[in-house]
Design a protein around this ligand. Structure first.
Ligand code: HEC
Ligand code: HEC
Ligand code: HEC
Ligand code: HEC
Ligand code: HEC
Ligand code: HEC
Ligand code: HEC
Length: 397
């Protein structure tokens, strides 16, 4: 009898141990919300140390960030501020111990205060902020401009009143993040709404967002440390030119792509032609905001010279190259440009800046920021990627 009971207890224990092991295995395998094919960028560091050290701090990796309470106080070093709509209506922004808050004040009375839960932008020019409303992500009324050091009304928001009503859609995250999942949820009135699965969100553009799922690659190289050539990993260099440009173009073609499916699983080798409503360059002047691909495609340097994004940009770098460094890239293809009307002969001076004349700074027609207590708008300025001769630009000189 004793023996039988012992056996029974042993069996039960064995089942528990087995289940526990299974559970932890399942957990460690599905750590990445994209599923077991993904390893997560922390796992790349051991073998790609230098490259990770810079890439994990650059603008792509910081293109969005989660600021969860209670430890979001270290957030961004953005100052408190206010934005005046009119004599009755203003917004206040305040850093508190647990993060950054925006409050709506009508005639001095606090009508609504929200904690910043997510920030968009690495802060090169601007930040946009968002907060969780249940499982919906909503945009905060105010943006912050880092160069002008000003709080401004969000682009496209009403000029006269505070607006908390714009949902942050999946497209923002498809370009500024690595993953988010939405689920249809039935509400009390039986209508079906799409909601974010909060803990699925992977903010920032991580390694696998550009390189595709890499768990097999990681496993293989961990098990075969002597192998020095990459396995289970698409080689960027072996792709066709258009495929290489599309690796960037999936996010640098503007918001015109109305993809029926999300772009999260776009991986090296895929092409944008498969995405419906992708608008290629057709001779118009594309808006400079986010349309680097169409603009470059309109340049002779691309059409004849095959100059591509990575000719000029090292995407893992964390430094902002000077215009002289960019100009050296121009000179690698143009040793002796014919500047006849300009009589630009001093190569030493020229070498410092090809960019201002051939990739001038332009204003976006799509985005501008309203100033506090004013109807005036601060323009959003970027360099055009249509590398060309801009004669009108030089005439005045
Ligand atoms: C256990 C070691 C190991 C880990 C971990 C690892 N890799 Fe690699 N990876 C390699 C080796 C070895 C190569 C080939 C030599 C090289 O290019 O550095 C390689 C090459 C690559 C290449 C170049 C492929 C080519 O042919 O151009 C990419 C891209 C890459 N890895 C991405 C990643 C990403 C993303 C991660 C993390 C999710 C990762 N690796 C994690 C070992 C590793
Ligand atoms: C998943 C979307 C995505 C992909 C893929 C992507 N980018 Fe970006 N890129 C962005 C976003 C969003 C920003 C703006 C980041 C910010 O400042 O918040 C950006 C910024 C940049 C910048 C400016 C960085 C700076 O520090 O000023 C360069 C240059 C750039 N991308 C080049 C590339 C190139 C080259 C590729 C392809 C190899 C590429 N990107 C692929 C989304 C993407
Ligand atoms: C914005 C897209 C993007 C992101 C994010 C990105 N890579 Fe890359 N990676 C590229 C491109 C494009 C190349 C090819 C560069 C070339 O051929 O000039 C590349 C090349 C590589 C290579 C080949 C060796 C080399 O130096 O060219 C490795 C290894 C690699 N990436 C690992 C990583 C790891 C690890 C991360 C995350 C820390 C990461 N990448 C993040 C786009 C990206
Ligand atoms: C199609 C891809 C794409 C979509 C969709 C997109 N962005 Fe961007 N965003 C970019 C790129 C690329 C840049 C870099 C500069 C540029 O070209 O304007 C950028 C720049 C920014 C910046 C300035 C970053 C900085 O460092 O100064 C902010 C803030 C921003 N986006 C917020 C958003 C928000 C909020 C949404 C959704 C309403 C959104 N973006 C949708 C691609 C995108
Ligand atoms: C990979 C090589 C390559 C790179 C890099 C490159 N170009 Fe070009 N570019 C060409 C080729 C090829 C042509 C067409 C033949 C020519 O005019 O030399 C061209 C044409 C031009 C033209 C004439 C455009 C026209 O519409 O007639 C200008 C201006 C120019 N490039 C400036 C630049 C500047 C400035 C840079 C750097 C920001 C640059 N290029 C980078 C290859 C390149
Ligand atoms: C011939 C060189 C060249 C090529 C090719 C090139 N860029 Fe750039 N890119 C530049 C220069 C120069 C700047 C401005 C840097 C500055 O002002 O500090 C820039 C800036 C950017 C920025 C930041 C926005 C801004 O105006 O500051 C983004 C994003 C970007 N490039 C993306 C791309 C993408 C995506 C591709 C490929 C479709 C690409 N670039 C191809 C030279 C190039
Ligand atoms: C002050 C403005 C300015 C600067 C700086 C400048 N360019 Fe030009 N570039 C022009 C103009 C204007 C033309 C048209 C020809 C002319 O009027 O002389 C031109 C023409 C060109 C051409 C087409 C003619 C040819 O040789 O095929 C190329 C290529 C070119 N530039 C490249 C460069 C490069 C590379 C640099 C930097 C080393 C540079 N430019 C600096 C204004 C400038």
């Amino acid at each position: 009898m004793g023996r039988r009971r012992f056996f029974l207890i042993f069996c039960i224990l064995a089942i528990f141990v087995f289940a526990a092991v299974q559970c932890t295995q399942v957990e460690s395998k599905s750590k990445d919300s994209r599923g077991p094919a993904y390893a997560g960028s922390a796992s790349c560091v051991s073998c790609h140390k230098d490259l990770s050290a810079s890439a994990l701090h650059n603008s792509h990796f910081n293109a969005s960030k989660i600021l969860s309470k209670p430890n979001s106080a270290d957030s961004l070093g953005i100052p408190d501020g206010e934005f005046v709509f009119n004599e009755h209506t203003k917004m206040l922004v305040k850093n508190r111990a647990d993060g950054l808050y925006q409050s709506a004040l009508i005639n001095g009375v606090d009508k609504k205060t929200e904690h910043t839960d997510l920030v968009f932008g690495a802060g090169n020019r601007a930040y946009t902020f968002a907060f969780w409303y249940g499982n919906q992500l909503m945009q905060m009324p105010l943006n912050y401009l880092t160069k002008e050091k000003q709080w401004v009304n969000s682009p496209g928001f009403p000029e006269e009143q505070i607006y908390f009503g714009r949902a942050i859609d999946m497209r923002c995250l498809e370009c500024h993040g690595s993953f988010a999942e939405k689920k249809p949820v039935q509400s009390a009135d039986f209508s079906v709404q799409e909601e974010y699965v909060k803990n699925s969100l992977i903010a920032g553009i991580d390694c696998e967002r550009c390189h595709g799922p890499a768990a097999e690659h990681v496993n293989f190289h961990q098990e075969n440390p002597k192998v020095k050539t990459a396995n289970f990993m698409a080689s960027y260099k072996k792709l066709a030119l258009t495929q290489r440009v599309d690796v960037c173009g999936v996010c640098h073609s503007g918001t015109g792509i109305k993809a029926l499916s999300s772009t999260f699983n776009f991986k090296p080798g895929d092409t944008l032609k498969t995405l419906p409503e992708y608008s290629a360059y057709r001779g118009e002047d594309p808006d400079i905001h986010g349309k680097q691909k169409q603009l470059l495609e309109a340049s002779v340097c691309y059409k004849i010279g095959k100059a591509e994004c990575v000719t000029c940009h090292d995407v893992h770098d964390n430094n902002k190259p000077s215009l002289a460094i960019y100009s050296a890239k121009c000179i690698s293809c143009h040793q002796d440009p014919k500047h006849e009307t300009l009589k630009l002969k001093d190569k030493a001076i020229l070498a410092k800046n090809c960019v201002d004349c051939h990739m001038p700074i332009k204003e976006s027609h799509a985005i501008a920021f309203q100033k506090s207590n004013s109807k005036e708008k601060i323009p959003y300025k970027l360099r055009t990627h249509r590398i060309a001769i801009y004669k009108d630009l030089v005439k005045g000189k």
